[in-house]
Design a protein around this ligand. Sequence first.
Ligand code: SF4
Ligand code: SF4
Length: 434
Amino acid sequence: MNTSIEHIPVRVEASPQAKNLHRYRRLSQYLVLLLLIVIPVSGLFRIDPEMGAFVMLDYQIWFSDILIVMGFWMFAVSLLVVFYSLAGSVFCGWMCPQNTVSEWANAITARLLGRRASSADFSGEQLKIAARRGGALNLGLLFVALLAASLVYALIPLLYFYPPSAIWAFVTFQQDARLAPSLHWIYFVCVAIMFLDIAIIRHLLCKFMCIYRVWQHSFKTKDTLKVVYDDTRSKDCSHCHYCVDACFLDIDPRKTEVFDSCVNCGECIVACDTLHAKSRKLQGPGLLRFAVGEASRRAEDSVLGSIIYRARFSLTATVLSAVLFTLGVVNYQPHDFTVYRNERVNSTNDFRINLAHKRYQPVRFRISLEGLPADGFVLERQRVDFSSVGRKDVRLHIKPGLPRGVHRFRVTVTASDGWKKSFPVQYYSDGRSE
Ligand code: SF4
Ligand code: SF4
C-alpha cells in the first residue's frame, strides 16, 4: 500500500451548486438536532414518567384523550409515509441524528488521525492512522472530543422525561426531588452506549442494524427520489471512483437500485460536480443527479398531480388525523373528577371524589352537592388547592337515616379557571338510622 500520498495536502473546492447542496444538508442536520432539544425544552412535547402521561405545552395528555393521541400519531405516521414514498431514505441522510453524529465523528477522526483512519468494519483491517498524526496527543484529543459529544448527546433523551430546570439541577449536581435516585446510573449507561456508538459503531448501525431504514424501504417505489447516473455522457466519466469514495455507505452511485442503502445525501453528486468543475478534460456538469423515477401513469401532467396520485391514501389519512387531532384539542378537558364508592371504608354510605388536575399551574376547585338535604351528608372539604398537576381524594359520607329508596344526587366541581363538571350519583338508603 503506497502511503506516501498521505503527505500531500488535499483541498477540495466544490462548485457553487455542489457547495449549496452540501451546505443545505448540514443546515438540515443541525436544525434537526436543535429541534430535538427545543421540542422538550420549550414544553412542546415531553413525557411525565411519574404521572404516566404525555405533556404538550404545559398540558397533560392522557391515553384517554384518545382523539389527541391517535390524531397526533396517525398524522405523524401518515405524513412520514408520504415523505418516504416520495423522497426515499432522505430522512437518514438529511435528518437522522445518528448519521449526523457518525459523520461528525468520521470528520474529526480524519482530522486528527488522517483520512484513512476509519471506524470499525467487518473486514478485520487494522485502524490506519497517518504516520504524521499517530501521536498520543491526537489520540487523546480524539478520545476527549468523542467523550464530550457522548456526554452532551446522552442528555438529549433525558430532556424528554424531565423539565429543563430538573436537568440543570442534575448537571450542576444539585439535589432535586423530581430526579429519580438511579438517574446517575441511567445517564452513565446512556453515555457508555453513546460513546460506543460514536467511537466504533457509527455507520455500521445504518448499514446492518437500523430497523427504521428497513421500514422506510417498504414505502419505496421506482418513482421514489434517487441518485441517477447519466449513461449518455459516460465518455465524460473518468472512472475516478471519487463518487464512491465520497459515499459513507460504500455504495457505487453509478448503479443505484430501488432497494439499496442509499440515503440520498447527495455527497456523491457534490463529489462528481466538484471534479467536473475543476477538470479541464471532462466536459459539462457532473454525471450524477437526483431524479424521481417514472411519473405516475395516470397523473403525469404535473409534479403535484404525481405526488397526490402516489400518496393519495396516506394524504387522506393525514387529513383525517389532522381533523381528529383538532377535535381532540377543541374538546380537551384540563381537569377531571370521578365519584367512586370508597372501597377503603366498609360502608355503602361512603364515597370518594377523585379530582385530577392536568395543568402544571396552580388551581382551586370548589365542590358542591345538589339533591341531598344539607344536613344529610358530610363533605370532607369544599375547597381543594393544587399547586401543579396531580390527583387528590375528598371523602363524602352520607348520613344514615334518609328515607328508604334510591336517592339521586349530583356532585359539581368548579375550577378557578372557569372549568365546571357535574357527576350524577345514585345512592340506596335502607331507611335505617344506623
Ligand atoms: S465521480 Fe463522476 S467522473 Fe468520477 S467515477 Fe464517479 S461518476 Fe465518474
Ligand atoms: S450513493 Fe450518493 S446519495 Fe447515496 S448514500 Fe452514497 S453518497 Fe449519499
